[in-house]
Ligand binder design. Structure first.
Ligand code: BG6
Length: 505
């Protein structure tokens, strides 16, 4: 057995994860294989999953527990982010992993599930976490099925975790919320946004609110603009069918990146507890200016990749990806300029960009500070505009760096940008938990701080909806960027309007 991590053990004790049953709907899906089972295995490995916990996977394919365990073992080996798969830990973990085939529209299935939940009641206290990881069209039928069978209430707590996409637009998000709330009370509905579970995103709160020196600068007087980049080098990876309906704006900006922006821009919460932190995030999301139709063409950019070349590999264009229609109008790149209408941020542009098949995989937040009020070292010294830059690297090389100007060694006063760097890996020397580990553990512990709430989801749709509608109507000339590039040129023009340029990460 591997050694346990003392920090995580302390965390577990603090938060007291209770025994429970976890029911995963969509047990053969990509997310379950890549993220959920590896995260649960990892929690078991680090003794953060109570030994009484039992996991049921549901999907329609009739396979046995043994087959399911075999498939999940192979997936966990493949997708575990660190390659320390342990046979002994897995053997213990898989004894608690069951497969429950069944049709989600069949009441019989819920009766069988109910009987199984009853069986484990003595060891789990009747606590159940239902995880909706199916196609979104199944969310409502599953929740109604659980409600009709009386499984949404029980001896212990009953919670439901809902994966994104949370609605396809403002209206469908509202109706999904109403259906969920007919069956589960709001406090038991956990809408997941895995970006909020990333250590580096959580660290933004620590960075801002646990230190005294940054917050006084964190406003329109000192910050010139903010750039949030979430670039992916991968294409749609076999998810063509889903992705062509969604596109980058709905897939990344409506949820993950507006949440990141809220984390950067929100006001400090008076206490660190779920409703208080979520109130501040929600308030910020509501303060983002909803773009007017005349502004959308200049303050947003939609893109789609065509074929390209990276190194020696030729990459297909989006329209040639499996499952994608040859004339698909989907945005695989989205960029937007947002403003926050409050006293702290009035007039400060927040630029967000995201895309598939970009030049490299990187997610970061760059805070560009105003330049010194006077260039006292003269024009020739190299005092470039806005030299102070704080970069919060979300992934892959998690860390924070602060750039400032320094005197170049030698005669005369010549300046050169240098940086102070903090790196997660080398500073802490322990593995950072994946977002799904953190969020699953939080849901079991009943801590919703890092989950989104109905008002937050709806506030982000309010912002994104006019853009999505405008883009749906527009006839963009796609493809407009090469696979492996940094996206469409129009994106540079969007920043140039205000005298800014995208930082090359
Ligand atoms: C998912 C999107 O929510 O987030 C994917 O559906 C995207 O398209 C993924 O690739 C990015 O997550 P991460 O954690 O790899 O940055």
């Amino acid at each position: 057995m591997p050694e346990t991590n003392p920090y995580l053990d302390a965390m577990r004790l603090e938060r007291g994860v209770p025994p429970c049953v976890i029911v995963i709907f969509g047990a053969n899906g990509d997310l379950t294989k890549r993220k959920l089972i590896p995260a649960l295995y990892r929690l078991a490995m680090e003794r953060r999953l109570p030994p009484e916990c039992v996991i049921y996977g549901n999907s329609r394919t009739p396979i046995t527990d043994e087959d399911y365990r075999g498939k999940m073992k192979a997936a966990t080996r493949q997708f575990l982010e660190q390659s320390d798969f342990d046979e002994e830990v897995w053997a213990d973990f898989e004894r608690r992993l069951y497969y429950l085939p069944g049709d989600l529209s069949d009441p019989e299935f819920y009766a069988t599930l109910g009987a199984r939940l009853k069986e484990s009641e003595t060891t789990t206290g009747g606590n159940v976490l239902f995880y909706l990881s199916t196609q979104p069209s199944h969310y409502v039928p599953v929740v109604q099925g659980l409600g009709a069978a009386g499984l949404a209430r029980g001896k212990g707590w009953r919670r439901v975790v809902v994966e994104k996409p949370f609605g396809h637009n403002l209206e469908s998000a509202g109706s999904l919320n109403r259906e969920l709330q007919k069956v589960f009370p709001e406090r038991e509905i956990y809408r997941i946004d895995h970006y909020l579970g990333k250590e580096t995103v959580q660290n933004v709160l620590a960075f801002r609110f646990a230190n005294g020196i940054f917050e006084p600068l964190w406003n329109r007087r000192y910050i010139n603009h903010v750039q949030i980049t979430a670039a992916e080098s991968i294409g749609v990876e076999g998810r063509g069918e889903y992705y062509q309906q969604s596109g980058a704006l709905r897939d990344m900006i409506q949820n993950h990146l507006l949440q990141v922006m809220a984390t950067i821009a929100m006001e400090p919460s008076a206490v660190f507890e779920p409703s208080s932190v979520r109130d501040e995030r929600a308030k910020l999301l509501r303060s983002i200016r909803v773009p007017k139709s005349g502004e959308i063409d200049v303050d947003t950019v939609a893109g789609q990749y065509g074929p390209g070349r990276v190194g020696t590999s030729d990459l297909a264009g989006f329209r040639h990806e499996p499952g994608v229609h040859p004339e698909a109008r989907t945005d695989t790149y989205a960029a937007a300029t947002f403003f926050v209408d409050n006293w702290r941020w009035a007039g400060v542009p927040f630029y967000i960009r995201t895309g598939k098949r970009l030049a490299k995989r990187i997610t970061d937040i760059a805070i560009h500070f105003n330049s010194a009020p006077l260039a006292i070292f003269g024009d020739g010294a190299g005092q470039v505009a806005g030299p102070n830059l704080l970069v919060i690297r979300i992934q892959p090389e998690e860390g924070i760096s602060l750039r400032f100007l320094s005197k170049n060694p030698g005669a005369g006063m010549r300046l050169r940008p240098v940086s102070m760097d903090f790196q997660y890996g080398s500073s802490f020397g322990v593995r950072t938990p994946t977002a799904y580990e953190t969020l699953l553990e939080d849901a079991m512990a009943g801590d919703a701080t890092l989950y989104t709430r109905q008002d937050m989801v709806e506030a982000s749709w309010q912002v994104v909806q006019p853009i999505a509608d405008h883009w749906d109507e527009a006839k963009y000339n796609f493809p407009n960027y090469d696979a492996g590039s940094w996206g469409p040129q129009a994106s540079d023009a969007m920043l140039a309007r205000r005298g800014h340029v995208w930082r090359v990460p």
